[in-house]
Ligand binder design. Structure first.
Ligand code: FES
Length: 584
């Protein structure tokens, strides 16, 4: 990986010192002296003194947006980060980048994640800074920032916006978005009426901040801390709390120290850090999206996340965190239970304790520095898990020769070993047209198959893998069925749902040749997903309908379709990955 902005401390002794702060990364006018003169003249227009401009410059990636209420506390966070930077002797410079609010991005937020990572990387490279604070929270923003920062190579530290508070509906604690889906399912089944679904709509999101369950945002917050990329305890404080603001101030202080010590991101995002992140992903019953994002971040460091290894680790890593959708509680309860400090202490025997963190101390040292354990009911001890294995299992079979995954901790035990008749939807439009048809030929023990929602087919691998229970069956009280697709699902969703089938159907994967009435077998114990059709017939079907890679005439969509990789490579663009790759 190349890094055009070598941080001060990684310079070799005896070489000419590289420029720092405002003297670094000068605009090309062919006269470096004039470039600096001009830069200082303009920044002085904003009232800065020479003494301020001599300090280490700390960039702050500002992802505030009216379209992103998950980042609604951005102004307060930036103020607190700036306070920390000034306290430590640095000069804070916030700058805007793309922000992506999960439910405000069409066709899907994932389509834009790589664009945000490119924006983040290039703005870090282009502007003078000695370290960067990345402020993100909603599902795609933290992965995009970590991907961009990883490629930029600078000292980088992640600040999470924090989870929203929980709400209350008619005496029941509710939170986005597991309860959004649960209540919508009840509405579809006509268990609640229009007035109640409108009422609960006001209760599900009672404050700014990210989803309050262990969805993708909370998963990525925990992964960021497990990677060593946040200050200790940075994952869990809710968005509107003083704890969150103190974390922000501390992040600013730490960013200056990282700039001064040259603690670049490559010293933190090592194979040991990714192993720790995988252990945590499994133990929190984390979002299946977490593994896609982790693969993308690893790819930027020239590393590969091995899904078979994740599965092996999962057999020794139980789910300890009792949060929805795998359990009962919400992020504010996880925080009250000690957050990642408590969890990492429990997971200590499974972790690579030598991994470096943004504090300059190892993860093991940080675990030892965390407070003593106390009685709580949200983060279980290793010998009393809420689920005996890790949350995510890796499946293979003739339907998914490149693999597929299932969130077993959020699946129905009765459906984990299941054989059923395929009911096929060719794409999202086909599903939308027919899923509510009361004459749809579907039974509760069928397997719902949705094609063409992969990275290319979606495009952008939309979170449509949570195929709704057909209305006909929902009205009969059916809550779960085996469902499968080449897409993703929200981390807040639950059910017996096979995702990320590879290769995707738009690339001619075997999923493309499934027909109504075929038999499909899911065996989570054997890690198998199979189409019970003989090889000759499958070959005949695939030859009869060869796939051509989708294309577009212009713009970002053209770039996306030309360059996007499959789920196991993080759905990143191939040209953004570092080379050579090695397994974590
Ligand atoms: Fe932003 Fe859930 S919608 S975190």
């Amino acid at each position: 990986m190349t890094n055009s902005k070598t941080p001060p401390s990684s310079q070799n002794q005896g070489q000419t010192p590289q420029p720092e702060g405002f003297r670094s990364g000068l605009t090309n006018y062919g006269d470096a002296g004039f470039s600096l003169f001009l830069r200082k003249a303009f920044i002085k227009g904003a009232g800065y003194t020479d003494s301020a401009l001599d300090r280490p410059v700390i960039g702050i990636a500002n992802t505030g947006s009216s379209y992103n209420p998950c980042h609604g506390n951005m102004p307060q966070l930036i103020e607190a980060v700036k306070r920390g930077i000034l306290m430590a002797g640095g000069l804070p410079m916030d700058f805007p980048t793309i922000s992506i609010g999960e439910s405000f991005a069409q066709p899907t937020s994932m389509y834009l994640r790589n664009l945000m990572s490119m924006d983040t990387e290039e703005m870090i490279r282009a502007q003078p800074m000695d370290a960067v604070v990345l402020i993100g929270g909603c599902d795609k923003t933290v992965p995009a920032q970590l991907m961009g920062a990883a490629s930029s190579g600078l000292p980088s530290i992640q600040l999470i916006t924090g989870a929203m508070l929980t709400g209350s509906h008619r005496g029941e604690v509710v939170g986005a978005c597991t309860d959004c889906r649960r209540y919508w399912g009840r509405f579809r089944a006509e268990e609640i009426d229009h007035a109640e679904i409108e009422e609960v709509n006001n209760r599900l999101v009672p404050s700014v901040g990210t989803c309050s369950v262990m969805g993708t945002a909370s998963t990525m917050a925990c992964i960021a801390e497990a990677l060593g990329m946040t200050v200790p305890g940075g994952a869990s404080p809710p968005a509107v709390t003083s704890d969150r603001m103190r974390i922000a101030e501390e992040t600013g202080v730490q960013a200056v120290r990282m700039a001064q010590s040259g603690l670049t991101i490559d010293k933190i995002l090592t194979p040991a850090a990714f192993k720790n992140a995988m252990v945590v992903l499994l133990a929190i019953g984390g979002s299946t999206n977490g593994i896609v994002h982790l693969a993308a971040i690893a790819g930027r460091m020239g590393l590969t996340v091995d899904l078979a290894e994740l599965d092996r680790m999962g057999r020794d890593t139980p789910v300890l965190v009792d949060l929805k959708p795998s359990g009962d509680h919400y992020m504010e309860h996880f925080h009250a239970a000690g957050g990642m400090g408590t969890l990492l202490r429990e997971l200590k025997p499974l972790l690579a304790l030598e991994a470096m963190t943004v504090t300059g101390r190892t993860l093991g040292e940080e675990i030892d520095r965390a407070g003593a354990p106390f009685k709580q009911a949200v983060i279980r001890p290793l010998n009393n898990p809420i689920y005996p294995q890790g949350g995510i299992a890796y499946l293979k079979g003739n339907l998914a020769p490149g693999g597929a995954i299932i969130k077993q901790s959020a699946a129905s035990p009765a459906l984990m070993e299941h054989e059923g008749r395929a009911v096929v939807f060719e794409n999202l439009e086909d599903m939308a047209l027919r899923i509510d048809d009361l004459n749809l030929d579907v039974q509760a023990d069928d397997v719902l198959v949705l094609k063409n929602i992969g990275p290319l087919g979606g495009p952008g691998m939309p979170e449509a893998g949570y195929i709704p229970i057909p209305k006909k069956l929902a009205l009969q009280g059916v809550k779960d069925m085996v469902r499968m697709s080449d897409g993703r699902m929200s981390g807040t969703a639950f059910g017996t749902i096979v995702l990320h089938v590879m290769p995707e159907s738009a690339l001619g994967g075997p999923l493309a040749c499934v027909q109504n009435g075929d038999r499909i077998r899911l065996s989570v114990s054997r890690r198998e997903i199979s189409l019970l059709v003989d090889d000759a017939e499958m070959a005949r079907r695939m030859a009869a309908a060869p796939a051509t890679r989708p294309t577009a005439a212009r713009g970002y969509r053209k770039l996306f379709l030309q360059s996007v990789t499959q789920a196991d490579q993080g759905v990143d663009f191939d040209f953004l990955q570092a080379n050579p790759k090695q397994e974590t």
